[in-house]
Ligand binder design. Structure first.
Ligand SMILES: [Zn+2]
Length: 463
């Protein structure tokens, strides 16, 4: 029999997770992520998929973040007819996340056409709402820890603690009398999160793919609530606005949880909090449905006043007009809006409005990929381009490492120490070259395992 693994994305970069596992001629795609970042990354989404999509047997998903699932509707548009397997909670999230992503694609194309700033005439969406709807029909929800048998492989989804529904994939290939375990870490969560459970340790592994988003760093141990309290004090004193770019799934809920805790402790006043995301309300409901994934009390989640994912003065902003009205809103106030890396979505008009004012704070709570506006702001840019205009940056820029949904270097090593035997080979993926290299060296030094950082297009023979 033959089995091999090809790397189509998240190799030397953080986004675009796509790995093809071929077993006895069957083709399984593990994750189907969108490349995110600057122009060169986005252009990768327009390239032809390396394998004809209609020849693939199935897609297996680790979790519902766009850099792991956002290419799916494009794959369907090009002829993929499923099935797509994901955990039940991921399935619920995909019903919100994929139509939203399609909407953003269509909106950005329409806006570019209206303003005439795209290099492509006319600018087209990568996929449409109709493609997202077709995609949703192909998704099958799978329970955690219950093996799924497909031709030549058995797959088990294990909790990864990164976001709701996030999983580590254990793919077992039977090989005559024996078997081989290919483990895909997906994105790994943190060990001490108040909201999410820690990542599951696995015993068996032959070939391992491990993420390395923070492979070269330790998260600061400054408690998250201290960082938030500092940012809030700043804007309360100056009557400014705290703007938090956050992915609607995961970070938004954790930020709300910690602000609520600060309110309960009397450390911050009850400021109005605007959740500028049509998805955020539904996502909070999904936390209620999937209580096993997190540490929150499901009974409290259902109580509007007691819900730990709501602050005392929370407002959900659904439509765009309402969102734009927030521009006239004086501080102090908190606005949470997507996208988390400032590369599209409603956060753009908030930034345009709030960045030039030095009373305001922009607080980053998630990873900012190379080439994104979020990364530029973190690196101290004095002005950034938004919708073809130069916007001066006078607002304070803060970062909350402790709110990361990703394990840091030591947590990744801790997770690796759980295996009962050394893997035959470890691939360090999902990181910028510097992080991947650092993690690679740490693994070699600490465990002495065979480890490499693959390139896009690389093929590895498993058996
Ligand atoms: Zn993720």
């Amino acid at each position: 029999m033959s089995a091999h693994l090809s790397f189509f994305g998240a190799a030397g970069t953080v986004t675009g997770s796509r790995f093809l596992l071929e077993v006895k001629g069957h083709k399984y795609l593990i994750d189907c992520g969108l490349f995110q970042g600057g122009r060169s990354e986005k252009a990768l989404n327009w390239e032809a998929f390396p394998v004809p999509p209609d020849r693939m047997d199935a897609v297996l998903l680790t979790h519902a973040h766009i850099d792991h699932v956002g290419y799916l509707p494009r794959l369907v548009r090009q002829g993929f007819r499923g099935p797509v397997y994901a955990t039940e909670a991921s399935h619920a999230l995909l019903k919100i996340v994929l139509p939203d992503s399609a909407h953003l694609q269509e909106q950005d194309a329409a806006f570019a056409n209206k303003k005439g700033y795209s290099r492509y005439k006319p600018a087209l969406p990568l996929y449409t709402a109709a493609d997202a709807e077709e995609t949703l029909k192909l998704i099958r929800g799978i329970s955690f820890d219950r093996p799924l048998g497909l031709d030549g492989v058995t797959i088990t989804w294990r909790p990864a603690g990164h976001i709701l529904g996030s999983a580590i994939l254990d793919v077992e290939i039977s090989n005559g009398g024996g078997s081989r375990h290919i483990v895909f870490s997906g994105d790994l969560g943190r060990y001490e999160s108040e909201v999410m459970r820690p990542p599951t340790s696995l015993a068996e592994v032959d070939v391992l793919l491990i993420e390395s988003t923070y492979g070269d760093r330790l998260h600061s141990d400054e408690p998250i609530q201290d960082v938030l309290a500092k940012a809030l004090d700043y804007i309360v004193q100056r009557e400014g606005v705290l703007l938090i770019p956050a992915f609607a799934v995961g970070r938004t809920q954790e930020v709300l949880y910690h602000i609520r805790q600060l309110q309960e402790k009397g450390r911050v006043p009850d400021l109005p909090v605007f959740i500028d995301s049509p998805m955020a309300v539904e996502i909070s409901h999904i936390y209620c449905r999937f209580g096993d994934d997190h540490n929150l009390d499901v009974n409290l989640l259902m109580e509007e006043k007691e819900c730990p994912l709501r602050c005392r003065d929370t407002h959900f902003v659904r439509d765009v007009e309402e969102s734009k009205l927030l521009n006239a809103r004086p501080g102090p106030a908190i606005i949470i809006s997507a996208s988390g890396m400032c590369n599209g979505g409603r956060i753009m008009h908030h930034l345009k409005w709030r960045l030039p004012d030095k009373r305001n704070v922009v607080l980053f709570v998630g990873y900012q990929a190379e080439g994104t506006r979020g990364r530029l702001l973190l690196e101290g840019a004095k002005r950034i381009r938004i919708h073809g205009e130069e916007v001066p940056v006078r607002a304070r820029i803060f970062q909350a490492h402790a709110l990361s949904a990703h394990a840091d270097r030591d947590e990744l090593l801790r997770w690796l120490s759980g295996f009962s035997r050394p893997p035959r080979h470890v691939f360090v993926i999902h990181g910028e070259p510097k992080s991947s290299r650092a993690l690679q060296e740490h693994i070699q030094h600490r465990f002495g395992w065979e480890v490499s950082a693959p390139r896009t297009g690389e093929v590895y023979e498993i058996v």
